[in-house]
Design a protein around this ligand. Structure first.
Ligand code: DP6
Length: 319
């Protein structure tokens, strides 16, 4: 009989974006990020003790370079030299700009810590996850989360029940893996974009208005800040050398449709990450109207309706 730990997490969607590192060595974010954990989309990870480290994502064996530092630091903390056999799957496209690294590294951290019998607080788990991928620090919690600039761990600001009417429509513009990883693109922005420092200065200034809008659950006030955050992040990216452009024609068509909806008085506020997918914030009462209009942009687009999600769920079993 082998012990197996199962962990399910949800991706963390940034409303105010993390883009750029204060320290590449310790993977500390240069900008604060405010995020919502997406309910209804999941990563599921199973970990067992084995003779060698292996990681499979959706059945495919991955190279270990992104994983070994996390495994080593957890092994060091536990004072154990065991190896991990990891099988992970996402019920949404991986590496396509849907924050799969946030839920993936969060699930991996929780499952490995559990199998090592490490007694860690949520903040300590968040710090381990952050060292592997900064957005993963936020997936350690449900609801609305904050990872400060230079922060080691994320914190939960409000639980999932705080805003039950909020919906996030995830519009899948393409299922292909992104041309350049967020990590590489972030580094390219830092090293070659003349707008990088302006982005850093401004990113910090967007946090307060976003927090105030969240405090009053004001979707249009929040949406306007969300829109500025992703637009400015992508402006800095596009000014890199060579330029990085994640948007596809249908991404732009969706952004324009959101603008038309807003012109008609319907709150539909889009955001984008390191990929062509568009995520649209709206209220539950307007999901049908917004989805119908976005679907009409291109009937081939898949739209997933997410709500505000829970933090990790973990189980220990025998197999
Ligand atoms: C655009 O967390 O994937 O989704 O720390 O290098 O692993 P690393 O980067 P990652 O970057 C996420 C960037 C983003 C914005 C965000 O989630 O805040």
């Amino acid at each position: 009989m082998t012990t197996e730990v199962f962990c399910r997490t949800s991706p963390s969607l940034a409303l105010v974006k993390y883009w750029g590192k204060k320290s590449t060595r310790h993977n500390l974010p240069a900008t604060p990020s405010l995020a919502v954990t997406l309910g209804g989309v999941h990563t599921e990870t199973r970990v067992r003790i084995a003779d060698i480290d292996t990681v499979r994502l959706n059945g495919e064996l991955l190279t270990l370079d992104r994983f070994t530092p996390l495994f080593d630091s957890l092994r060091r903390a536990a004072g154990r030299k065991v190896r991990f056999q990891v099988e992970s799957s996402n019920d949404f496209p991986s590496s396509a700009g849907l924050a799969s690294s946030s839920s993936g590294f969060a699930a991996l951290t929780v499952a490995c810590a559990r199998i090592l019998e490490l007694e860690l607080s949520p903040a300590q788990l968040s710090a381990f996850a952050r060292s592997a991928s900064a957005s993963a620090a936020r997936s350690l919690f449900g609801g609305f989360t904050l990872l400060p600039a230079g922060g080691f761990a994320a914190e939960q600001l409000y639980g999932p029940e705080y805003w039950p009417e909020l919906r996030i429509l995830v519009v899948l513009v393409s299922r292909e893996a992104k041309p350049i990883s967020s990590r590489a693109a972030m580094e390219a922005t830092r090293l070659s974009s003349p707008y990088y420092h302006a982005w850093l200065r401004n990113a910090g200034q967007l946090l307060d208005p976003a927090l105030r809008a969240l405090e009053t659950r004001d979707i249009s006030a929040l949406g306007s800040v969300v829109r500025l955050s992703y637009s400015r992040m992508h402006a800095a990216l596009l000014a890199s050398s060579p330029p990085v452009l994640y948007w596809l024609p249908n991404s732009v068509a969706i952004l324009r449709e959101c603008q038309r909806l807003r012109d008609e008085g319907i709150d539909a506020w889009e955001t984008m990450d390191a990929g062509p997918q568009v995520k649209v914030l709206c209220l539950a009462s307007e999901v049908a109207a917004v989805s119908e209009r976005l679907q009409a942009v291109d009937p081939r687009l898949k739209i997933i309706v997410a709500s505000v999600g829970e933090g990790p769920v973990c189980q220990v079993g025998e197999r």
